[in-house]
Design a protein. Structure first.
Length: 128
């Protein structure tokens, strides 16, 4: 079983690229990505707020806690051997407000960033 269930917007190329990058950086089995658009997959997670789909990722940890946006990003980074330091830095209480501002700026421009990346449709396979 995955250590972190990661909820993302499958209609966003930037979100897709970010999840693909996380899957490559983490050890196998660390993340289980679930698209907000996957009604069947989302039914298993009633504690996840689907209304946040347009605002950012959410991560459900083994501890049962759901983290959103910059907090979710930092949390996910802590599970990546080469990037754990960055995750702990983002989650550091004095830095988290700045990380949250940066996250909000990226989230507000994610469609534009997706176009710059040449990404417009989902490449992450649906859950089995």
């Amino acid at each position: 079983m995955a250590r972190v269930t990661l909820f993302y917007d499958a209609d966003c190329g930037f979100c897709q690229s970010s999840v693909e990058w996380m899957l490559r950086q983490a050890r196998p089995g660390t993340f289980d990505p679930v698209a907000y658009q996957d009604d069947e997959g989302m039914r298993k997670f009633p504690m996840v707020d689907r209304t946040l789909a347009d605002k950012g990722i959410q991560a459900l940890g083994e501890d049962g806690q759901v983290r959103s946006k910059a907090r979710a990003s930092g949390y996910c980074l802590t599970f990546m051997p080469r990037w754990a330091w960055a995750g702990h830095f983002i989650l550091f209480p004095l830095f988290l407000p700045f990380a949250s501002i940066g996250y909000a700026i990226v989230a507000a421009n994610r469609q534009r960033i997706s176009r710059w990346m040449g990404r417009t449709s989902c490449r992450i396979p649906p859950r089995a």
